[in-house]
Design a protein around this ligand. Sequence first.
Ligand SMILES: C[S@@+](CC[C@H](N)C(=O)[O-])C[C@H]1O[C@@H](n2cnc3c(N)ncnc32)[C@H](O)[C@@H]1O
Length: 310
Amino acid sequence: MIPILKTPHGKLYEADCLQLLRSLPAESVDLAFADPPFNLGKEYSSKIDDARAAHDYLEWCQEWLGEMARTLKKGGSLFLWNLPKWNLPLGAYLGQHLTFRHWIAVDIKYSLPIQSRLYPSHYSLLYFVKGPKPAIFHPDRVPCPCCRHCGGELRDYGGYKDKMNPLGVNLSDVWTDIPPVRHAKYKKRAANALSLKLMDRIVSMASNEGSVVLDPFGGSGTTFVAAELTGRKWIGSELDCSSIIERFDALDGDKQHLADIQANKNTLFTAADLAKRRKWGKPLSKDYRIAENAACNCKDNATPDLFAKS
Ligand SMILES: C[S@@+](CC[C@H](N)C(=O)[O-])C[C@H]1O[C@@H](n2cnc3c(N)ncnc32)[C@H](O)[C@@H]1O
């Protein structure tokens, strides 16, 4: 196969995912990520059928997931992004081949409330590894959630603030800080593109510089951009590669965006929160862990007193 795009770190094939996956040697990939179409009857520029019968869709997913699992090195990681409805059966399938690590709930509202159903508010990010444990696992630390007015902390960390890591809070399996891709600059790829922050987090957690990252559903190329800009090797396929080629022609916006993302992780406070804390005289990173009265006292964050006299 001949790549349609070659970069210093990556190779992109304008091809069906199964064609690429079947051509890859077994145990050659460190991190495999997939964000397939969700079978919601959406229109794609690649003109795929996105409204299959459920069993057809699941069978197809199992075919490429099986291939992805085959290409993983021992200790390699596989992440699957989908709606909970599909990740439930697909997770059961993956569990026959790989070891389950996490169902990560990524809090993003993606449709309007539906009558007689709960409001769909999270995507599922399944995380599996080949073999008993991951060969690479260094999750980012995230900043403390702070008040948007005064920059004071919104949680008290159970009185263990003095034991907190100065590099930030442990990453949990519920991610509430991933923004939807809506910026005007990214409008053209807003329909399907994932956030660069999400892909940077996954790539940082489960690969090292020089690792091989695979994504068979390139879309607008977010995985490839995250890999390229952080020195990972990458390989991918997409039926219509025009948006990826266009994106790689002008990477400056993504470079700046990634620099901002990286400046705001593995730190106790984001740059914006630090500015607010400075303004309101709250302790900064250095002395925060032992300081008293650093929490937010703003009225709109207070727990309502149900028994207050009106
Ligand atoms: C949800 S989008 C991926 C978006 C991507 N994660 C991003 O951040 O831009 C799914 C993509 O899979 C592509 N696709 C669908 N079927 C495919 C196939 N059989 N082989 C390769 N790509 C396919 C579609 O064209 C679409 O761009």
